[in-house]
Write a protein that binds this ligand. Structure first.
Ligand code: SF4
Ligand code: SF4
Length: 187
């Protein structure tokens, strides 16, 4: 079965990719993540996936256009459902791409992460699958998450410190002051 795998970075990919292959899926990756900000972080994650490809022959379709406007258009960031809008934006794009380009089904590395809302991702994917009449492969590889991140570490692949959007960056670092005033503190 030809499977289109939405990938948001290389970290959750390493171990589950082997699992999918063992199951017999022919996996092609799709990098489509308008939610990753700012620009230099977006580029780092693309580069990380390219570094991963140096040791693994997975073919990946890249959408390299920086999508901050697209994200802000599609996501109601002032409400509490920011992540569900963000999931839907990426999963719809993936499903449509799969449908238009002859894939049998789609899935996403987001489902392999212990940090994402797994049940919400599953429900949105199932709905999108029905709406676009394209198969959805549901797998729960969260138990491989640690192993996957260890593999990424060994391969010296860049590992991000926050989910992706400017809001998640703020939430991750707002309480940290480490080195903020380095060099400017008088003792
Ligand atoms: S869920 Fe997070 S860590 Fe996992 S692949 Fe996506 S961005 Fe990377
Ligand atoms: S926290 Fe992550 S999933 Fe939620 S809106 Fe931001 S980038 Fe998207």
């Amino acid at each position: 079965m030809n499977l289109l795998l939405h990938i948001c970075c290389a970290c959750c990919l390493c171990a589950p990719l082997n699992g999918l292959r063992k199951e017999g899926f022919l996996v092609t990756g799709l990098f489509y993540n308008p939610n990753i900000h700012p620009l230099l972080e977006f580029r780092k994650r693309i580069k990380a996936l390219r570094v991963f490809q140096e040791s693994d022959p997975i073919s990946v379709i890249y959408h390299e256009e920086y999508g901050v406007r697209e994200y802000l258009r599609n996501v109601n960031y002032e409400a509490n459902n920011r992540c569900s809008d963000c999931y839907a934006m990426r999963l719809k794009f993936t499903a449509l791409y799969a449908k238009k380009n002859g894939f049998d089904a789609f899935t996403s590395t987001m489902l392999f992460s212990t940090y994402q809302d797994h049940e919400q991702l599953k429900t949105i994917s199932e709905n999108v699958s029905k709406e676009y009449e394209i198969g959805f492969v549901y797998r729960d590889y969260r138990h491989l998450s640690e192993c996957s991140h260890e593999m990424a570490k060994k391969k010296m692949i860049y590992r991000q410190g926050y989910c992706g959007c400017i809001f998640s960056e703020y939430e991750r670092y707002k309480d940290t002051t480490r080195e903020l005033y380095k060099g400017s503190v008088k003792r």
